[in-house]
Design a protein around this ligand. Structure first.
Ligand code: ZN
Length: 297
């Protein structure tokens, strides 16, 4: 079976060699270990592309590679990062062309495909569960909030920027838009809202009974449920997976209960949430599966 390379760029860059629906061998991760998740924020676009290139070459070794898939945060179209609210320097960057040109002779003719990171997670969950024929919708919770869908379909799907409140004071989203889900639930926006507390402390204080933090934790869950309800009202019911570096903040029981209040029409009943522990492997497999599929069509 031909091997593919998958990469997932979220808080860090993780790259692996994929065979079938499994990562073969170890992952190449930057920054290594528990390095700062801020490392990519200030890095120029060229340097990020160069890091990915070196990691792809490192995991490939002497293997013959069929396709390369990269999951990257933001609006991705035709290999170009059209916008990336948490990696502003990538706006307009042609990541696919930069990688194809730099990978060198060994990779000549190997298709490189770029996908939204949350779409890669959705594809990875579908592939690892052996259900490539079903609709999978995924929320990724991190600095930003990603919305992924498998099978991927033409469109923008920036569900993390769904408007979930009309309160004009809700203006913490990295994209600058008011009332966005990411402006409430994204790690970056939590830090702007609670200048005196880290997000972990906010959730700890809420558990200990602090009124301000409790109110905020409820708001977070209502916001995620509201965006999910919108997706149900547009595309129908189903399972919504929740994953990403900050998924530990999420109480799926509370989301399920809130959803019952927000979706009432009988044909739209039956949705629920499921947590998938965050894993680079799933996103890497998803990016690789999507790339292998896209390069055949
Ligand atoms: Zn936004």
């Amino acid at each position: 079976m031909q091997r593919t390379v998958g990469a997932l760029v979220m808080e860090h860059i993780a790259v692996g060699l994929v065979e079938g629906e499994k990562v073969h061998g170890g992952l190449n991760v930057y920054p290594e270990g528990h390095g700062s998740s801020e490392a990519l924020l200030s890095m120029p676009a060229d340097a990020i592309a160069d890091l990915i290139r070196r990691q792809v070459q490192a995991v490939s070794g002497k293997e013959k590679i069929g396709a390369i898939g990269i999951g990257f945060p933001g609006i991705i179209r035709n290999g170009v990062v059209e916008d990336s609210p948490n990696l502003h320097q990538m706006k307009g960057f042609s990541l696919q062309a930069a990688l194809s040109n730099a990978l060198g002779e060994k990779f000549a003719g190997v298709p490189v495909r770029i996908f939204n990171d949350a779409d890669a997670m959705a594809a990875g969950i579908a592939a690892t569960r052996g259900k490539l024929n079903k609709l999978f919708r995924v929320w990724t919770i991190g600095n930003g909030i990603g919305f992924g869908r498998f099978p991927s379909r033409e469109g923008i799907w920036e569900g993390g920027h769904s408007v979930v409140t009309l309160d004009p004071k809700e203006n913490f989203c990295g994209c600058g838009g008011k009332g966005h889900l990411e402006g409430i639930l994204g790690r970056r926006s939590m830090r702007l809202r609670f200048l005196d507390l880290e997000p972990e402390e906010v959730f700890e204080n809420a558990r200990a009974g602090d009124a301000r933090c409790k109110e905020f934790v409820t708001l977070c869950h209502r916001a995620l449920t509201a965006a999910t309800a919108t997706s149900i009202h547009m595309e129908g019911p189903g399972t919504f997976f929740v994953t990403g570096p900050e998924v530990r903040f999420i109480d799926v029981g509370l989301l399920d209960r809130l959803l019952l209040e927000m979706v009432k029409m009988s044909p739209l009943q039956g949705s629920h949430f499921e947590v998938v522990p965050t894993s680079d492997e799933i996103g890497i497999v998803g990016a690789a599966v999507n790339a292998a599929h896209a390069s055949k069509t």
